[in-house]
Write a protein of this length. Structure first.
Lengths: 249, 222
């Protein structure tokens, strides 16, 4: 039996060096395609018109703009910004959003929340409102406006199962866009200090060769990180900030 | 197996199967929340609060096509929203069981009776919609000290909540937002209603423009 097996082996054609190169090239191209297909592009545009800097003992509150019917900054996103501001490098004292809305009820509900700093100054003329705000220790309100939406998707994966086993084949992809504006109000000076705009696009791909392999991007998490970083700079840098947009691949 | 025993066995299984089927097709939500006391100036009147039984025990049911039979209980939430609201809105409040009769001496300036006139909700079926929405409409009926109607005021509240894995939680959150919204409108706009303004005038409070949240702000600004 051994000589026959040896003969069989000898009869198999040896792979040519050029064929191996093509196979390697195809594998590299596939991996590169997946890696480049799944990615995040980020653009952050800060604009600071004042020179406010947060002082010791002053708090920030992060609130979602809720006036829009079709979009609203997600509760998770508001929480992400609040938590990230209060942690890490240069932590800022952050007042809990829900607690602030409860203390100021009914003046920060969707139908009553001030839309401009003029509305805010009218609100503070009401009896007890200014005292209540002072009691919270909040100096800056960060209004978050925007949302994360699926802007495109395509491809498809087919799965089948039989007696011999099961498997999937295909390629699916989708693109999410996280667009947020963070507007900072100084409620002591009753003025808007500026706005930071973040636009983060994330493309996810899921190739399936027997098993689906998800390569998922998280643009919302990126937007949270980018906005927090900019907000910290915004609130701690007095001047010369917000000159040009920041791009990240 | 004796026939009687077999009958009982079959009936029990039928009852269990029916319960399982009904249970599998129904979704129940009990809305419970703590509502904050509004930051408004009290109106200088004494008001009786008449909360009808149907508001205490309000249950909304709707058979939603392609979903299930939804049962949403709002009774407890109504009480915890309206009680602190009215207590803060007026100088003095007390619970009453009925409308005052003409000529009766009650020591109150009027009676306020809240009811729910409409409730609607929408839970998305498709993947592109990501919000559960709730609309609620309260009817606030104000009567003067003689039991005459002063105003029937419809107050609406709208709330939405992101649809997460648990649909019941999303409906509960949206309902709470809608109720807070209605409470905000009641506490900030009640004194602006023309009939309420003239009722306050009849009660001798016409010369007190500082009554109510809106007017109070104007007084301070002057």
């Amino acid at each position: 039996m051994q000589p026959h097996q040896g003969q069989d082996r000898r009869q198999l054609p040896k792979p040519k060096r050029s064929d191996m190169k093509i196979t390697h090239f195809a594998a590299i191209a596939l991996v590169a395609g997946i890696v480049t297909g799944c990615g995040v592009t980020s653009r952050v545009e800060p604009y600071k018109q004042g020179s406010a800097v947060i002082q010791q003992g002053e708090h920030v509150v992060v609130l979602a703009r809720k006036q829009h019917a079709n979009h609203e900054a997600e509760a998770d996103f508001v929480q992400c910004i609040s938590t990230a501001l209060s942690k890490g490098d240069k932590p800022i004292e952050v007042h809990a959003s829900k607690e602030f809305e409860d203390k100021m009820y009914p003046w920060f509900e969707p139908s009553t929340a001030p839309l401009t700093t003029d509305d805010l100054s009218h609100l503070f003329e009401r009896p007890g409102v200014l005292d209540q705000v002072r009691g919270t220790g909040v100096r800056y309100v960060v209004w978050l406006d925007g949302s994360t939406d699926r802007v495109a998707s395509g491809g498809g994966i087919s799965c089948a199962a039989g007696i011999g086993g099961a498997g999937c084949m295909g390629l699916a992809w989708w693109e999410d866009d996280s667009r947020y504006d963070a507007t900072v109000w100084d409620i002591r000076e009753l003025q808007s200090e500026g706005t930071i705009h973040a636009d983060v696009k994330g493309r996810s791909v899921m190739p399936a060769i027997i098993i689906p392999l998800p390569f998922i991007s998280h643009p919302q998490a990126h937007a949270c990180r980018d906005l927090t970083k900019q907000l910290k700079q915004f609130l701690t840098t007095p001047e010369g900030y917000g000159g040009r947009p920041v791009d990240a691949g | 197996m004796p026939l009687l025993f077999r009958d009982c066995f079959a009936k029990r299984w039928l009852a269990l199967a029916t319960a399982a089927l009904l249970g599998g097709c129904s979704t129940q939500v009990i809305v419970e929340a703590k509502f904050p006391t509004p930051l408004v100036e009290p109106l200088p009147v004494s008001v009786g609060i008449l909360i009808p039984e149907e508001l205490y025990n309000y249950i909304y049911t709707e058979d939603v096509p392609e979903q299930s039979l939804w049962t949403i209980a709002l009774g407890d939430a109504n009480v915890s929203m309206l009680q602190p609201l009215f207590k803060r809105m007026f100088r003095d409040t007390r619970s009453v069981d009925a409308l005052p009769a003409a000529g009766a001496t009650t020591g109150i300036d009027g009676v306020l009776k809240p009811t729910i006139s409409k409730f609607e909700f929408d839970v998305p079926v498709g993947q592109r919609d990501k919000f559960v929405e709730v609309w609620i409409q309260y009817q606030l009926s104000l009567y003067d000290a003689d039991g005459r109607s002063v105003i029937d005021w419809a107050v609406s509240g709208y709330g939405k909540s992101e649809l997460m894995r648990n649909r019941q939680d999303a409906v509960q959150k949206a309902a709470i937002v809608a109720m807070r919204e209605a409470g905000a409108t009641i506490s900030t706009k009640f004194a602006d209603q023309p009939q309420v303004k003239s009722w306050l005038g009849e009660k001798g409070h016409a010369a007190t423009p500082g009554a109510g949240p809106q007017a109070a702000a104007k007084t301070e600004a002057q």
